[in-house]
Design a binder for this molecule. Structure first.
Ligand SMILES: *Cc1c(COP(=O)(O)O)cnc(C)c1O
Length: 434
C-alpha cells in the first residue's frame, strides 16, 4: 500500500517510509491511498471472533501488502495482550474501557503496535532511530513503554513542565534506559512545535535518523481502529443505530474510528467530545477552522489548541464541511460540567469515570437531548483509568481509588528529567549532543 501526503496526493511513499518518517516531507500527514472495505462475512461472524482475530483481519486490510501474515500475526499477538471490554451503564449506554494496557490509557494499543512495526522495519539496519514525542501526558508514557529496551531505537519525550499530573510525570521520567524525558518550560503546543520544526530541519536530519510517534504516525493511528470493531462485536442487538462518543484532543482516536467506518463499520453517528479546547466544534458550527493556544483543563490529555489530525478528517471527506457535519457531532464542556458528570455517573450507575471519559459522557447526553432515538447503542470511550487522575477523581467523588499494581511500581521511582526552554535551538542542541 502506498501512502500520500495530505498536502499533496501525488506525493506518495511506501509503507516503510510512511512509518519511519512519520510526517511527509511537505509537512502533510500520511494517508493510505485506499481504505478497503471489509467483507460482509466479517461483520456477520464478528461475535465468534476474538479481539486478536478481529485486529488481525482489520489490520490486514491496510498492512497486508507490506507485512506477511505471520509477521502481522506476531505483531498483533504482542500488541493485543489486554482486553477492551464493553461495560454496560444501562440498556442503551456502554463504556468501552480502553485502559487495560500497561500505562492505563488507550494509547497503549497504537503505541505498542507501532513499536513492534518499527522494530521489525529497522531490524536489518545498523542506524539507530531517534523517536521524538511531544506529549500532553499519556502519549509519552504509552510510547516509551512500547519502545522500552527495544534495540536500535531511542525515545526522546517532550512534556510541558507542570502541566501533566504527578502520576503521568512519574510514568514519563522513571523508565531510563533508551528513554529520555525533556521537561519543556512551555505548553504542549510548544512541545509539538519543537518536534515539527525538528522534522523540517535539514541540518538535523543529516545528522540523525529521526522518527515520530505521535498520533500523526500512521502505524499508531490505524491500529486504533481495531477496538471499534471489537466494541461492535460485543453489542447484542446490532440492528440498532450505533452512536460513539470519543473524548478528543489531537483527534487521532476519532480519525481511527472514522477509518473503521470507511472500512464498513456501521456507525450511525460519531461524537467528538471536547473540553474548553473547542476548535473542532467551532469549526463544525462556523466552517472556519481557527487554531488557538491550548488552555489547561481537568481532562489535560485533551488540551490541544491545534489538533494535528484535523487535516486527516478534512482529507477523508474532501474538505466538505457539510459532509463532515453529517458524520460528526461535536460540543465542548467546562471543567465544572465535567465534575458534575463524574458525580452523576457515580450516583446513577455506580461507575467511576475519569475526567476524559466524563467529557465523552456529557457529549453523548447532549447529542441525545437534541436527537431522539427510541432505541440505540451508545458507546462512550473511556480513554484512561481513573487512577491515572486519582487526585481529581478522589477529590470529586470523595472516595479512595485503588491504584493498579502496574502503575504503583513507577510511583516510588526517582524522577529523572532534563529541563529545557521552549526555544528550538536548545532542543536541537540536546538532540545533537545525545
Ligand atoms: C490522548 C488522550 C485523549 C485524546 O486522544 P486524541 O487521539 O489525541 O484525540 C483523550 N483521553 C486520554 C486519556 C488521552 O490520553
Amino acid at each position: 500500500m502506498k501512502f500520500y501526503s495530505t498536502n499533496n496526493k501525488t506525493n506518495l511513499v511506501s509503507f516503510k517510509e510512511a512509518v519511519l518518517n512519520g510526517i511527509a516531507n511537505d509537512g502533510g500527514l500520511f494517508m493510505p491511498v485506499e481504505i478497503p472495505k471489509l467483507p460482509q462475512a466479517f461483520f456477520s461472524s464478528l461475535d465468534k471472533l476474538s479481539f486478536k482475530e478481529i485486529s488481525f483481519i482489520a489490520s490486514r486490510q491496510i498492512f497486508g501488502q507490506d507485512l506477511k501474515d505471520e509477521i502481522l500475526s506476531e505483531i498483533i499477538n504482542s500488541t493485543i495482550t489486554f482486553d477492551a471490554p464493553l461495560v454496560k451503564l444501562n440498556n442503551e449506554l456502554n463504556i468501552l474501557e480502553l485502559f487495560h494496557g500497561p500505562t492505563l490509557a488507550f494509547k497503549d494499543f497504537g503505541a505498542r503496535f507501532m513499536a513492534n512495526v518499527m522494530a521489525y522495519l529497522n531490524k536489518d539496519s545498523d542506524r539507530e532511530i531517534k523517536i521524538l514525542v511531544a506529549t500532553s501526558g499519556d502519549t509519552g508514557s504509552a510510547v516509551a513503554n512500547g519502545f522500552y529496551k527495544v534495540k536500535g531505537i531511542n525515545v526522546v519525550l517532550l512534556y510541558p513542565s507542570q502541566k501533566v499530573s504527578k502520576i503521568q510525570e512519574q510514568q514519563l521520567t522513571t523508565l531510563g534506559e533508551n528513554i529520555s524525558a525533556l521537561e519543556v518550560k512551555g505548553t504542549f503546543d510548544d512541545c509539538q512545535r519543537l518536534v515539527k520544526q525538528a522534522f523540517l530541519d535539514k541540518d538535523l536530519l543529516n545528522h540523525c535518523n529521526l522518527s515520530s510517534a505521535n498520533s500523526i504516525n500512521i502505524a499508531r493511528l490505524l491500529p486504533q481502529s481495531f477496538y471499534y470493531f471489537y466494541a461492535y462485536s460485543q453489542i447484542k442487538d446490532k440492528s440498532l443505530p450505533l452512536i460513539i462518543s470519543v473524548p478528543s484532543g489531537n483527534f487521532g482516536n476519532l480519525t481511527a474510528g472514522l477509518i473503521a467506518m470507511e472500512m464498513g463499520l456501521p456507525v450511525h453517528k460519531f461524537i467528538a467530545a471536547t473540553n474548553a479546547n473547542d476548535v473542532f466544534p467551532k469549526y463544525l458550527e462556523t466552517s472556519v477552522f481557527q487554531a488557538k493556544p491550548s488552555v489547561k483543563t481537568l481532562s489535560n490529555a485533551m488540551d490541544v489548541g491545534n489538533p494535528s489530525n484535523f487535516v486527516r478528517i478534512l482529507d477523508l471527506y474532501n474538505h466538505d464541511h457539510n459532509l463532515i457535519k453529517q458524520k460528526i457531532f461535536s460540543t465542548s464542556f467546562s471543567d465544572s460540567e465535567t465534575i458534575e458528570a463524574m458525580k452523576e455517573i457515580k450516583t446513577k450507575y455506580n461507575y467511576i469515570i475519569d475526567p476524559h471519559g466524563a467529557v465523552g459522557y456529557l457529549a453523548m447526553k447532549k447529542y441525545l437531548s437534541e436527537n431522539y432515538y427510541n432505541q440505540f447503542n451508545g458507546v462512550i470511550l473511556e480513554t484512561a483509568h481513573p487512577a491515572k487522575f486519582a487526585d481529581i477523581v478522589e477529590d470529586v467523588l470523595d472516595t479512595k481509588i485503588e491504584v493498579p499494581e502496574r502503575l504503583q511500581t513507577c510511583l516510588t521511582k526517582k524522577k529523572s528529567s532534563i529541563e529545557i526552554s521552549k526555544d528550538y535551538i536548545d532542543f536541537k542542541n540536546f538532540i545533537l549532543s545525545n
